[in-house]
Design a protein around this ligand. Sequence first.
Ligand code: 13P
Length: 247
Amino acid sequence: MRRPIAAGNWKMNGLKKHKDEILDIDNASRKANCDVILCVPSTIISEISKITKNIFMGGQNCHTEKNGAFTGDISAEMLKDAGASHVIVGHSERRVNYGETNNNIRTKTQIALENDLKAIVCIGETLSEREDGTTLDVIKKQLIESLPTEIIGENIIVAYEPIWAIGTGLTPTIHQITEVHDFIRVELVQSFGNDTGQSINILYGGSMNAKNVKEISAILNVDGGLVGGASLKADSFVPIINALGKS
Ligand code: 13P
């Protein structure tokens, strides 16, 4: 049985002064029937992880290497040291803006796991890939190439985030989300066997909000959400957490 996950990705937003917002989310998560993960900027992980009790802290990226001369970068070990338990890898904003490849993402996933972080591995098609009818091919390639060959299911979370749905207010139809999530499940089972493949949470991400969460989370292979804009405020994130907990 997969426990649902409500994950927030704060992207490049969040200062120490926003801790009250986070404490509101933390308080509301006490009775939630799902795991709540907040991926805040790495600059505040340490401080926030000390004052929250009910939510997991996540980073938003890590380097492929353990340490070294990589000015401005952050390692998986540093995130763990700061208090993170999770890290997002392969978000489309990093794939697109920094040219991250599936190969980079597999290495990042591997090093995250080695440092006792759970990896939230993001995949998703562009609008032109969707329109060309190649979505499932793209998803399959990203999935196979971004995940290490040997994994423990509980340490991996897959997030399906159609790039065209991120921050746009657009979402795929229920049929489209169902098709992709079912496909990911079948691929995971084929690659890693039934037990591991069934144990991996598959999150939906892309303009998830309090209005659409109920319908999306009712889909069989949607095991939670990775929420951007709507996770920044307790007022908009808590209803999503509550709805995901009921799914
Ligand atoms: P939005 O919820 O703002 O569309 O962002 C989704 C996302 O990119 C989460 O990682």
